[in-house]
Structures are given as structure tokens and as C-alpha cells.
Design a protein around this ligand. Structure first.
Ligand code: GDP
Length: 277
């Protein structure tokens, strides 16, 4: 199973991953945890850079944690994360959890490589919802309101109602699955089993409908095109003549001396021997 997990910093992703991962290894699963955010884009280092945040899971022989690679672009990290996913699957890990910070583009990247997307929210309710892009909520197959413990239980229940109402207004991603909102306390280990049940139910519903297979096929095809695009760009950036010519072409395009189309054609002609667009 390929799962995506997203949520704003501080919502409890590490704590949840530790609890969820330990629950799964305790039930005979092998869990791989990967991250997709390029650490260079975040202050304070990578999302999983500090394995001590998942101390028990990190020491669990049935778990593998791969911190976010240092530096690099989102595209580059996404490619490596996909490869790491295939490798861990080949190595016998049956659940792959890919984490990301809920801030933007990386969610789309993650949802392009997983079967199911989990969104972790805090009991903040409507206020938090405003801070989260609608697009991210639309990607969610399951919303988990974390920190539903102690004084926060009532707020978590209220938030859950609000999120349910918000989800109802959105077009479902699949005809075979209605996204739901569950309460959890990653800290106290409450609601973890129910979340796993929902994950299994989702897997069964989409699996029976053939949607997991068709979604993975589409994702593989899109991945190929990403590789082609990146490969072409790489060839361009690796061509000395092109690299030398580029600043001049950019200046000329900015100054209106040459049209963007013609500039692009010149560059492509230089690198690939293509004379017309
Ligand atoms: P991340 O930045 O999303 O990975 O969040 P962390 O897992 O590092 O958690 C941020 C803070 O929230 C830490 O102080 C956690 O102890 C706390 N926290 C995480 N989950 C829960 C929870 O279920 N209940 C409560 N009360 N606190 C939590």
C-alpha cells in the first residue's frame, strides 16, 4: 500500500507516523517511511532529518525511515522518492508512507505517487481550514483530526464537523470512495486502529473496482514523461554551447530583439539538431 501523509508543521506528523508505524509493525507489516520535501526549502532541516522524533520506529527492524534528501529541487526529490518507494517495495515493505509538509506543490507530487492520501489537521477548525489550500483538501481520501485528547477533545469534535461539511462540498476523487474525517490522538495512540481500518476499506473498495491498478498505471506513465522532460532539460543544461548561448538569448528575449519561439528554436537546434519547432 502506498500512502501519502500531509499536514502543516506541528500538526503531529512525526508523532502520528511513529504511532501508526508501530501499530502496523506490531500487526506483522513492514513499513517504509519516506519524505518528499526538499530540505533546502525548509528552515530547520528536513522533515525526517531528526530520526529521534521517531525514536521507537527508527529502531524497529520492520521499519525503514529515509529522511528527506538534503538540497535539490522538489522535482529531483520526487524522482528519488519514487525510486526509493519501488526499492523498499522490492525489499518486502508492504506499506510505504510518504510524508510531506502541507504547504503546496509537494502534495500534488505525493498524490501522484500514492494510492491514498491522508491529511492530518489540528483541532483548530475553520481557522486552520483557511490556511490550507482548498486544493489540498480536495486531494484527501481521509482527513484525520489529530490531538483529540485532553482539553482539545471538544474542539477536535467541532473541527471534525466543519471538515466534514467542507468535504461534502467537494467533488469526490473516486466514485467508489467518500472521504471521511476521523479523530485521533497520535500522542496517546487513540484512533490509530480505526485509521488503519479506513485505509484497508479504501484499498478494498478501489482495488475491487480496479482503480488502484489503473491509477498506478497512469502514475507510471506520467512518471515516464517526467523522466523524459527532466532528461531533455538535463541534456540541454549539460550542453556547453547551449549554456554559453542562454544568457544572451534570455537578454534578447527580454529586450524584444528576438521572439521567445525563435530563441527556443535556436537553442533546441543547437542541442538536438532540431531546426523547426
Ligand atoms: P510535525 O511537525 O507535524 O511532525 O509534528 P510533531 O509530530 O513533531 O508534533 C508537534 C508537537 O505536537 C509535539 O510537541 C507533539 O508532542 C505534539 N503532538 C503530536 N501529536 C499529538 C497529539 O495527538 N496530542 C497532543 N496533545 N499533542 C500532540
Amino acid at each position: 500500500m502506498r500512502l501519502g501523509l500531509s499536514g502543516s508543521p506541528g500538526v503531529g506528523k512525526s508523532t502520528f507516523t511513529e504511532a501508526f508505524g508501530r501499530y502496523l509493525t506490531g500487526n506483522g507489516h513492514k513499513v517504509a517511511v519516506l519524505a518528499i520535501d526538499p530540505s533546502s526549502a525548509r528552515s530547520g532541516g528536513s522533515i525526517l532529518g531528526d530520526k529521534t522524533r521517531m525514536e521507537l520506529l527508527a529502531r524497529d527492524p520492520n521499519a525503514f525511515i529515509r529522511p528527506s534528501p538534503a538540497g535539490g529541487t522538489l522535482g529531483g526529490v520526487a524522482r528519488r522518492t519514487r525510486e526509493a518507494m519501488l526499492l523498499t517495495e522490492a525489499a518486502g515493505f508492504d506499506v510505504v508512507l510518504i510524508e510531506t509538509v502541507g504547504v503546496g506543490q509537494s502534495e500534488t507530487s505525493v498524490s501522484d505517487m500514492v494510492d491514498m492520501f491522508l491529511l492530518l489537521l489540528s483541532p483548530g477548525g475553520g481557522d486552520e481550514l483557511q490556511g490550507i489550500k482548498r486544493g489540498i483538501m480536495e486531494l484527501a481520501d481521509l482527513v484525520v483530526v489529530n490531538k483529540a485528547d485532553g482539553d482539545l477533545v471538544a474542539a477536535a469534535r467541532r473541527a471534525s464537523m466543519e471538515y466534514k461539511a467542507a468535504l461534502h462540498l467537494m467533488r469526490p476523487k473516486s466514485a467508489h470512495w467518500r472521504p471521511d474525517v476521523l479523530l485521533a490522538s497520535a500522542l496517546k495512540g487513540v484512533g490509530i486502529a480505526e485509521i488503519w481500518e479506513a485505509v484497508e476499506a479504501h484499498h478494498k473498495a478501489l482495488g475491487d473496482a480496479g482503480e488502484i491498478a489503473s491509477q498506478r498505471a497512469k502514475q507510471a506513465q506520467a512518471w515516464m514523461w517526467t523522466e523524459i522532460r527532466e532528461g531533455l532539460l538535463g541534456a540541454l543544461k549539460g550542453n556547453r554551447d547551449a549554456v554559453r548561448l542562454l544568457p544572451q538569448l534570455e537578454d534578447d528575449v527580454r529586450a524584444g530583439v528576438i521572439t521567445p519561439t525563435l530563441a527556443a528554436q535556436r537553442l533546441l537546434g543547437l542541442v538536438f539538431g532540431v531546426s523547426k519547432g
